[in-house]
Design a protein. Structure first.
Length: 113
């Protein structure tokens, strides 16, 4: 595939910018460690920084910024499966799974005494 010089310069520039931002966010990670935050706050901050860094790597170095239709499809599929898995336990509880058979229910056992 033949690319023009301007497109190559633009790609190299974006790689350099993302590389510099990754270096900066690595410094932010090290600096955040010095604050000695509470565990939930430290985990939240670490996940935010990791998400930003991972998004930059995936979008630029893995060229996912050019695959918007596939990315949105994968995100939609993830949301659908998350909702299904979220409501799956409700189906098992509503079906009576987990109630012992052959024994009186909890409320009936108390009334008998």
């Amino acid at each position: 595939m033949h690319a023009d010089q301007e497109a190559i310069r633009k790609s190299i520039r974006s790689y350099m910018v993302v590389g510099a931002l990754l270096l900066m966010f690595t410094g932010v990670t090290v600096a955040a460690n010095q604050f000695h935050l509470a565990v939930p706050a430290a985990i939240t901050l670490a996940l935010i920084i990791a998400t930003i860094k991972g998004s930059m790597v995936a979008s630029v170095f893995m060229h996912l910024s050019h695959e918007k239709k596939w990315i949105y499809g994968a995100l939609l599929l993830t949301v659908v499966f998350f909702v299904v898995l979220l409501f799956l336990p409700l189906l098992t509880v509503a079906g009576g799974i987990g109630t012992p058979t052959g024994q009186p229910a909890h409320a009936e056992a108390h009334e008998a005494r």
